[in-house]
Design a protein around this ligand. Structure first.
Ligand SMILES: *Cc1c(COP(=O)(O)O)cnc(C)c1O
Length: 374
């Protein structure tokens, strides 16, 4: 009995609820931009204490739409070097130039210093990413820095459904928050994304962009360079049902993380990325840094081969400035990003993880650490 890297949790009752919803959607023929999308938007906004939510086809679309409403065409957008391809990809799609910044190694997020180092008069926006679900306590200082320069702060909250800092939910610290419902994320709709914001203007613009830039749902005049970024009603129903489990999933994931924190504290040189005071992560990922010089591939291979414990993908194993596609945007070395990408591992955290599974991971990591890093 091994431990998988990930598990997508829809219990029998949720599967039945989705099946009923799909049957209703097919019977009515309201397949897109209908009542389930509205339900999903309202529930998601409420869950995150936001005034407005706009559902879109993916997390990448959510980011691109926000950046298009800001108008980053021909200007620079600061993104951390430690993030998924899509954060910087969305900047390119929106016509902007990604500027890759270093991160704080204790939170894996941008810091005021690393952002300040790359700001220029051409900076149009800063995108903060909550890696692994952890919101950096520097978020207030980052917001203040952006405000002082009149630059919008955008959150790529693709990892952070239900996370908070100082009681404040992810997605509410800047102009807008962009979430993803890709299958591996803490809440999924199959495919999908969500924008949350306090700005009614941004909400209205986002609704225009997601539906081919049409001025109105029933009209045929196109006022923006939008695209087909709508979420289907089928996906909205899946997401609405899954979102109801968010609190329970996060509780389970946090229990697992607390046990990992306690167990890993005793392992020399293995440094967990732990929550600073006031931070409440959803533990999309549990990140730990291997001691320098330990071969990550061998560590993972040994865990799988000898203990049947599979680690999930890193967040991330390569900083963006080392990704071939971003070679044109490579600048000075980004030492913290390079180091945390090279040394990190992600222990499995499942939304329905059992105590036995958690124990198994702890025993396996302890044994392999003793052998390869002790
Ligand atoms: C998953 C993810 C995205 C993109 O989401 P999609 O729904 O796959 O488009 C963007 N940013 C980060 C950090 C992600 O992890």
């Amino acid at each position: 009995m091994g431990v998988p890297a990930a598990r997508i949790v829809f219990d029998e009752s949720d599967r039945a609820t989705v099946a009923d919803a799909v049957s209703e959607i097919l019977a009515t023929g309201a397949l897109t931009l209908g009542p389930w999308t509205e339900r999903f938007e309202q529930a998601f906004a409420t869950e995150h204490g936001a005034s407005h939510a706009v559902a879109v086809a993916s997390g990448t679309a959510a980011l691109e739409v926000v950046l298009r409403t800001i108008g980053v065409q021909g200007r620079e957008v600061v993104v951390p070097a430690v993030t998924f391809y899509a954060t910087a990809g969305a900047v390119l799609h929106a016509g902007g130039r990604p500027v890759l910044a270093d991160v704080d190694p204790t939170t894996l997020a941008l810091s005021p210093q690393s952002v300040e180092a790359v700001l220029t008069p051409a900076t149009a926006a800063v995108v903060l990413v909550h890696i692994g679900g952890l919101i950096t306590p520097a978020v207030d200082a980052l917001r203040a820095l952006c405000d002082a320069r009149g630059i919008p702060l955008v959150e790529d909250a693709a990892h952070a459904h239900g996370s908070s800092y100082a009681g404040r939910p992810a997605g509410t610290f800047g102009l807008a928050g962009a979430f993803s419902f890709y299958p591996t994320k803490v809440v999924t709709s199959g495919e999908g994304g969500m924008i949350i914001t306090e700005s009614p203007e941004l909400r209205d613009e986002a609704r225009i962009y997601r539906d081919q830039g049409k001025g109105a749902f029933t009209a045929n005049h196109h006022v923006r360079e939008g695209a087909s970024w709508r979420l289907s009603e089928l996906n909205a129903a899946v997401g609405t049902v899954h979102l109801r489990r968010l609190k329970e999933f996060v509780e389970t994931r946090r229990r697992v993380a607390a046990r990992y924190d306690a167990a890993l504290a005793g392992l020399d040189g293995l440094t967990a990325v732990t929550e600073p005071a006031g931070v409440r992560s959803n533990y999309y990922k549990y990140v730990a840094l291997l001691p320098p010089g330990v071969d990550r591939a061998e560590f993972k291979r040994t865990l799988a081969a000898e203990h049947d414990v599979r680690l999930s993908g890193e967040v991330y194993d390569l900083p963006l400035h080392h990704q071939p596609v971003f070679a044109p945007y490579r600048g000075a070395p980004l030492p913290a990003a390079e180091d945390v990408c090279a040394r990190q591992i992600c222990l499995p955290v499942l939304s329905d993880m059992t105590e036995d599974e958690t124990d198994r991971v702890i025993e396996a990591v302890t044994a392999v650490h003793r052998r390869l890093a002790g």
